[in-house]
Design a protein around this ligand. Structure first.
Ligand SMILES: Cc1cc2nc3c(=O)[nH]c(=O)nc-3n(C[C@H](O)[C@H](O)[C@H](O)COP(=O)(O)OP(=O)(O)OC[C@H]3O[C@@H](n4cnc5c(N)ncnc54)[C@H](O)[C@@H]3O)c2cc1C
Length: 395
């Protein structure tokens, strides 16, 4: 077996899981290098705790290098160019060569994608935005809060609904709920539509039972930050006092520049192996997690195609599979693990309770999702999942 180098681009859920699996499968003469621009890692699901002041960034942030197994090299650098023909990555710390690439660079958020949004809206999809929103919520005593989902796809489709339910609980605890109107305006037909009509109807009824207004199929055209008004493409408008938006997402520029994306803007991969079809004359390239698009064969409506939701649990499974595929290739084995489309998500509802939805997204004729009523046990499960990721117990 000739020694190899695998470059893992990005050290989030997908990259970290890939590093652990590959290191466990290949002896140390096979080099594994993980490159990420940030020395810090935080689980996305902690950001709702940050906005409500239940946690501070230091409580939920880990040193990324400490989450990696021994004998995985960490390079803290900005990846500036990816060349899949020559197997070289250009970074702020110089060039790095590899025989295999795993691209796990996540999804960037872009508030600038909709006129007026960046001036008008707060958010909680980055740690800085969550910290800023914490201060704003602390001082907010009455008025109209609008939670806006202007474009899909987004990371963690349940997250906006979780945020709305937790905001309801937060304002009730602070005896302010009666002075505050909460509403959700979304481009989606319903909450978490990929999970199916039962789950979608359930989440909507949970939202509405808490007096949170729900307005689906509202595509945002622009925001007028001076008059505090959202303008939708059907001509309707909505005024707000506090606008909390889920930013539009896009693949990172370095991926777009490498011409790895399809017309929808994401890296298409083989849904079972996570391999990218790069044609002849390139090194083997795998892509995992939020920067990919994984089409689903099953549908809930014949005319509405579905794709796998973007979530950390799927990014981690993808990373594991890509690593298994590479290890099999290095060893000359023909059989390796394949992604089964299964995963889960947590929706915290306030009062230290949560729902754990368990999904099987490759199911035919349509994806399936099971859930129980919210309870404290499922909340504890979420807390444990976050603790494991924050301490490197990931696969
Ligand atoms: C509020 C919120 C709640 C969420 N809740 C959940 C949940 O409950 N369950 C769940 O499964 N998922 C949840 N998610 C989604 C989850 O965080 C993402 O789906 C997951 O992080 C995707 O993993 P990834 O490895 O694809 O990308 P990421 O984890 O985003 O990692 C990408 C990495 O690439 C690095 N990078 C990007 N570009 C460059 C570059 N040019 N050079 C160097 N480094 C670069 C970044 O620094 C980053 O570390 C939530 C997300 C949010 C925002």
């Amino acid at each position: 077996m000739q020694s190899t180098t695998t470059l893992i681009l990005g050290g989030g859920f997908g990259g970290i899981a890939a590093a652990h699996t590959l290191r466990s499968l290949l002896p140390d003469e096979h080099r594994i290098v993980l490159i990420d621009r940030s020395p810090h890692f935080a689980v996305g699901a902690t950001k709702t705790w940050i906005i409500l002041g239940e946690k501070e960034p230091d409580d939920v942030t880990s040193n990324r290098e400490n989450l990696l197994p021994e004998n995985v090299e960490f390079i803290q650098a900005d990846i500036q160019k990816i060349n899949i023909k020559n197997g070289v990555v250009f970074t702020s710390q110089g060039e790095v060569n590899g025989d295999y690439f795993i691209i796990a660079l996540g999804a960037d958020v872009n508030m600038g994608a909709i006129p007026g949004l960046d001036r008008a809206a707060h958010s909680f999809y980055t740690m800085d935005d969550a910290v800023e929103l914490q201060k704003v919520l602390h001082d907010f005593k009455k008025g109209e809060i609008v939670l806006l989902i202007p474009r899909m796809p987004i990371k963690c489709p349940p997250a906006p609904y979780e945020a709305a339910l937790m905001l309801d609980d937060y304002f009730k605890r602070h005896k302010l709920r009666q002075q505050i109107n909460l509403s959700i305006y979304t481009v989606e037909p319903g909450p978490m539509a990929t999970a199916g009509p039962e789950m979608s109807t359930y989440i909507r009824s949970l939202i509405e039972s808490r007096n949170i207004e729900y307005h689906p199929l509202k595509k945002t055209e622009s925001i007028d930050d001076k008059s505090r008004r959202i303008v939708f493409n059907d001509g309707s408008e909505k005024n707000y006092d506090l606008l909390i938006a889920i930013p539009p997402h896009q693949a990172p520029k370095v991926i777009r520049d490498a011409e790895l994306i399809n017309a929808g803007g994401w890296i298409p991969v083989d849904p079972k192996t996570m391999k990218v079809n790069t044609g002849e004359g390139t090194i083997p390239v795998y892509a995992v997690g939020d920067n990919t698009v994984v089409p689903l064969l099953g549908r809930h409506k014949p005319d509405v195609p579905l794709v796998l939701p973007k979530a950390g649990v799927f990014a981690a499974s993808h990373g594991t599979i890509a690593a298994q595929q590479i290890a099999a290739d290095v060893r000359g084995e023909s059989i390796a693990g394949e992604f089964d489309g299964k995963g889960y998500c947590y929706i915290e509802v306030g009062g230290a309770e949560a729902i754990k939805g368990e999904g099987s997204f490759f199911e035919m004729p349509n994806p399936q999702m099971k859930r129980k009523a919210p309870d404290k046990e499922q909340y504890q499960d979420k807390v444990k999942w976050i603790e494991n990721w924050s301490s490197g117990k990931v696969v």
